[in-house]
Design a protein around this ligand. Structure first.
Ligand code: 7TS
Length: 418
C-alpha cells in the first residue's frame, strides 16, 4: 500500500469497503505522485481477481472451445460458457441464449443494425436516436440508413445535457423501426428514464436497443425489468478485459435474425449446396471467440457481485455529488452536464484553458482524466464547444481523489494566469 492509498481509508457514508487494494494499477506513482485515476469511463482498471482469472486460464486451461474432445478444450469450454451464465444472471436475462459475446458495445450495436434492422428497413422508415449518443450508437445507424433509404431522427437534449423526454416520446410513431438510446451518457453522465421511454415505445411496437456501456459498471441493471429488446455493454468499462462485450437480445428477436458474420462455430452443417446455422447464442459467434476475455469478464462480474451493485451505486453517487460541488467552487469553472439524474461522469471547462492543456497539467500531478470530444461530437456541437475535460468515477474512487483533482486544477489556473 503506498502513502496515498493509506490516506484513502477515509470513511464514506455509503458503507462500501475500501477496495482500492484490489486494483494493482492504482497502487503506483505517476510523475512523482500517487496515481489518481479518473478516466474509468474510457476504460476501467481490472481487479486482481480478473487479472488472475485470465492468467490462470492462459497458464493451464487454454484450448479452443466447443470442438475438442480433450480435457483442456473441455475446461476452456466450461469456463467460457460459465462466463455466459454469470452474465445472464448479472443482467437478469431470461435465458443464456440471450447472451451473445461480442468485441464490445460497438460490435453489439453494429450487429443489431446489420442483422436486425438492415433486412427490414425501407425508405420512409425511421431510426430514432438521441443527441447525447456515443459515435458507436450513431454511425452504425447512419450506415444502415444509407444502405436502406431509412431516415435517422434525433431526439433533443436541453442546456443541462438532459434528454427532452417529452419530445422524444412525441417522436415515437409507426414510422420508427428502432429506438437506440444510451442508458447513461459518456460525455454528460445523464441517466435516461428508460422505463418511461420503453413503455411508450411499446405502444407502437418499436424495438429498443439500449447502449449500456456507461451504466452496467455503476448501477444494477435488469434487462427484463427495463423490457428493452437489446442491451449492449463492454467488458473493459466494467473492470474486465478489452475486446470483449455482450449483446443481450430477447430470444424471439435473436432467433428471427439472420447471422451477421459467417464462419466456424456458427453452423450446424455446411455443404456447397447450402449451410444450416447453429442455434443461439452460437449463431452470432462466428470463429474462435475471445475466450480469455470472456473468462475475464465473468471474473469481473463475480467481483462486482461480491461487492453489490446497489452499494456501488450509492457510493458513486455520493462521490459524484461531492465532485460536482467541489468543482463548482472553483472560480472560472463551467460544468457541462448537470442533469437531475446523473452517474459517474463530470465534464467541465476551466477559464479559457484548452482541455488538452488541463489534462497535461493534471497528468503531471498524477491525476488521469480524459479530454476532447469523448466520441460524442454532437454533444460538443450542442454546447458550442470543441471538447471538455472529463473526470469519471468508478467504485474505487473516493473523496481524496476529488480533492487531488481540484488541487491540480487550481495549480493549472495559477500556471495559466501568469
Ligand atoms: N457507448 C458508450 C456510451 C460509450 O461510453 C462507449 C465508449 C462506447 C459505446 C463504445 O464502447 P467500446 O467498448 O465498444 O469502444 N466510451 C468511451 C469514452 O467515453 N471514452 O473512451 C471510450
Amino acid at each position: 500500500m503506498n502513502e496515498h492509498s493509506q490516506k484513502l481509508a477515509k470513511p464514506v457514508t455509503s458503507g462500501l469497503r475500501d477496495c482500492r487494494s484490489d486494483f494493482p494499477a492504482l497502487d503506483q506513482e505517476v510523475n512523482g505522485h500517487s496515481l489518481v485515476y479518473l478516466d474509468s469511463a474510457a476504460s476501467s482498471q481490472p481487479p486482481s481477481a480478473v487479472i488472475s482469472a485470465v492468467a490462470e486460464y492462459q497458464a493451464h486451461d487454454h484450448a479452443n472451445v466447443h470442438r475438442g474432445v480433450h480435457t483442456l478444450s473441455h475446461r476452456a469450454t466450461e469456463a467460457y460458457e460459465g462466463a455466459r451464465d454469470r452474465a445472464q444472471s448479472f443482467i437478469n436475462a431470461n435465458t443464456r441464449n440471450e447472451i451473445i459475446f461480442t468485441r464490445g458495445t460497438t460490435e453489439a450495436v453494429n450487429l443489431v443494425a446489420q442483422s436486425f434492422s438492415r433486412p427490414t428497413l425501407k425508405p420512409g422508415d425511421r431510426i430514432l436516436i438521441t443527441h447525447m449518443e456515443h459515435h458507436s450508437n450513431i454511425v452504425p445507424w447512419q450506415q444502415v440508413c444509407e444502405q436502406t433509404g431509412a431516415e435517422l431522427v434525433v431526439a433533443p437534449i436541453d442546456g443541462k445535457g438532459q434528454l427532452k423526454t417529452d419530445e422524444l416520446i412525441a417522436q415515437l410513431d409507426e414510422r420508427v423501426r428502432m429506438l437506440a438510446i444510451a442508458h447513461v451518457s459518456n460525455a454528460l453522465g445523464s441517466i435516461n428514464p428508460l422505463r418511461e421511454i420503453i413503455s411508450n415505445a411499446r405502444r407502437f411496437d418499436i424495438p429498443v436497443l439500449v447502449d449500456g456501456a456507461q451504466a452496467v459498471p455503476h448501477m444494477p441493471v435488469d434487462v427484463q425489468e427495463l423490457d428493452c429488446d437489446f442491451y449492449a455493454l463492454s467488458g473493459h468499462k466494467m473492470f474486465g478485459p478489452t475486446g470483449i462485450g455482450i449483446l443481450y437480445g430477447k430470444e424471439a428477436k435473436l432467433d428471427a435474425m439472420p447471422p451477421w458474420q459467417g464462419g466456424g462455430d456458427m453452423i450446424l452443417e455446411v455443404s456447397f449446396a447450402g449451410t444450416t446455422y447453429n442455434e443461439l447464442p452460437y449463431k452470432f459467434e462466428a470463429g474462435t471467440p475471445n475466450i480469455s476475455g470472456a473468462i475475464g469478464l465473468g471474473a469481473a462480474i463475480g467481483y462486482l457481485e461480491s461487492i453489490g451493485m446497489a452499494l456501488i451505486e450509492r457510493h458513486e453517487s455520493e462521490i459524484l455529488a461531492y465532485m460536482m460541488a467541489e468543482l463548482d467552487k472553483i472560480d472560472g469553472i463551467r460544468l457541462i452536464g448537470t442533469a437531475d439524474k446523473k452517474a459517474s461522469v463530470q465534464s467541465f471547462l476551466l477559464d479559457d484553458i484548452h482541455p488538452h492543456d488541463l489534462g497535461t497539467i493534471l497528468d503531471h500531478k498524477g491525476v488521469a482524466i480524459r479530454t476532447g470530444h469523448h466520441c460524442a461530437m454532437p454533444v460538443m456541437e450542442h454546447f458550442s464547444i470543441p471538447g471538455t475535460a472529463r473526470a469519471s468515477l468508478a467504485l474505487y474512487n473516493n473523496r481524496d481523489d476529488v480533492d487531488r483533482l481540484t488541487e491540480a486544477l487550481l495549480v493549472a489556473k495559477k500556471i495559466f494566469k501568469k
